[in-house]
Design a protein around this ligand. Structure first.
Ligand code: ADP
Length: 161
């Protein structure tokens, strides 16, 4: 069984993330989608909300995808799951430098680790969790860029502002 890990803070999950997970599910039998809980980072949505949005957004994929939460190094998480392939998404050249660094560091921390990259769909190359939050805060329409549950939650969060 070919297994892989897709990690992020998913605050919130976007359609770009969902697209990468779906592409990954064509190649791997099982993907652990891991919400990396970084306690020093402040988030718009609580951990419970982010987990709920993740589960809701990828429920169509059934048990090929498992949502998990982890605080710590992804290189250590790989050992826990006995899974050493990290899925990452590439939007543009600007992602490359950061992703190249992360892939190299993760391999240094755990020599078994291999990072694999899926290229973002054209329609989502400009989508990131942070620009979604900014647009939504000022009342912009992000319904084509995030799963429906996230869109609803963003509208709710910023209504009346
Ligand atoms: P974090 O919250 O940990 O910074 P990100 O949400 O930025 O994580 O990204 C997690 C992974 O998903 C990264 O590999 C990133 O390049 C990828 N990704 C993020 N947004 C998109 C998108 N719109 N299309 C494709 N891949 C994406």
């Amino acid at each position: 069984m070919k297994k892989a890990i897709y990690a992020g803070s998913f605050d919130p999950i976007t359609s770009g993330h969902v697209d990468i997970i779906k592409r990954g599910a064509k190649v791997f039998d099982k993907i652990y989608v891991v919400l990396m809980e970084n306690t020093t980072k402040s988030h718009l949505f609580s951990l419970d909300e982010r987990v709920r949005f993740l589960k809701e957004s990828i429920k169509d994929l059934g048990d090929r995808v498992e949502v998990d939460v982890y605080t710590g190094l992804i290189a250590d998480y790989c050992n826990i799951k006995d899974t050493y392939i990290l899925i990452r998404g590439l939007r543009a050249l600007t992602d490359f430098e950061y992703e190249f660094q992360m892939a190299t560091i993760n391999r240094k921390l755990n020599k078994e680790v291999e990072s694999v990259f899926f290229v973002a769909s054209n329609e989502y190359t400009y989508v990131s969790s942070s620009n979604i939050k900014q647009i939504a805060e000022f009342g912009g329409d992000v319904s084509t860029m995030v799963p429906e549950c996230v869109n609803k939650a963003l509208i709710e969060k910023y209504k009346g502002e």
